[in-house]
Design a protein around this ligand. Sequence first.
Ligand code: CA
Ligand code: CA
Ligand code: CA
Length: 424
Amino acid sequence: MKMKGILLLSCLTFVFAQDLPRKIGQFETSNPAFTDFYENRQATRPQDRWNLLYSCFSGAPIPDYIRQVRGFGQYLGNVNNTVVQQLSDEVEWPREPGSIPFEVFGHEAIHAPDGFLVPGKDEGTVNIIDMRNNPPTTHQLIPRDWWFYHRVTWMDMNGDGRIDIVTARARREPNTGITISELIWLEHPASANPLLEEWDVNVLSEDVADTMHRALNLTVDGRTYQVIFTIGYFSGRVSVFWTTNPNGYWTNVNEVRSRTIDSDIQRGFSVELEDVNNDGKLDIIVPDNSVTNGSVLVYEIPNDFRVDPFPKHNLQSGFVPLRDDDDAGSPGTVNSFYPRANATGSKPYLMVSGDDDGKAYILTPRSQDPRDWSYDIHLLFESDEELFSPIVGKLSAVDADGDGFTEIILPEYWADIMHVYSYA
Ligand SMILES: [Ca+2]
Ligand SMILES: [Ca+2]
Ligand SMILES: [Ca+2]
């Protein structure tokens, strides 16, 4: 089983340079997985501005958690004493938590989609954590059922002014073992207490989008479209969805169009939108998770997303999980960042979670030429976990204390450790 790790090192040639941040500390927290930073609107000091949010889950029949660190920047000088706050223990195998835009409910709230192919935790829902209450309260927008949910995006889908949820979901049929999936939207009800209501489910498509997605407005021929980019972990496809409704509504499924951008990926792990080559146009980042040879892929968004090809670039291949197991894979999430918060006029760096290879990487561009898609790969982290095959969760980056230098958070899942790095 360890052989694959040796093979991996022969595939990835690391560059040792000054482009890596230094480790400034770590703190203990059980099973950290998906991390994110969100802005604290009430902060008056720079070190209080960014809250760290993350999900924690385990296969054991015990509660899972959404946790946060308020004002993470205040702990940078003393990371071991980071104070962690528990926001919810009513989630089951929670995925990517996120701060809900303030205008959705007019108050602070967190979303936490959940559920997975794990006995006892296979009935997912979309949870909303109401931060007005102390302790915060958890509300399920739809009844738990045999679906699991990964990411939530907030968009007004029917033009009524209330911001709805777009999400994808998947389930494994117990009799056939076949995984089915849907891209759906949940209608924000006209109610004084929307968190206490059940939200209606509207299906946009089946068996194309199953987990992650990102939305964007794109203008073609003078008309602006709400566009949803999706990946398939199970379907192995990168796709784009839009509506032909003149008002941009998604209420009539006959007006919803989709197109396959790439049908030739293994398992899409995530999708992010960033101007990777700094040519002024956003690109689509897709980690292609694999048992044998994973890649970091980027697609350029063409002038007309409806008909033009999406140029594809493979930034780095050769990612292999340590575990020789069909359920294992590498890489995990890929996100962009700038080492210096104010120096954003160049190509961003990319931080790569190795997921089941127990490592993390930073990709740096070899040049600033927008036509040059070559990158150097740097090894940021390698787990020394021995009890279980190591897993690295989703990395996040922000300038947590406002000194101009970026910090990076790295969750080491089995080791129960959150590692903290800084470019300062
Ligand atoms: Ca709406
Ligand atoms: Ca670009
Ligand atoms: Ca900083």
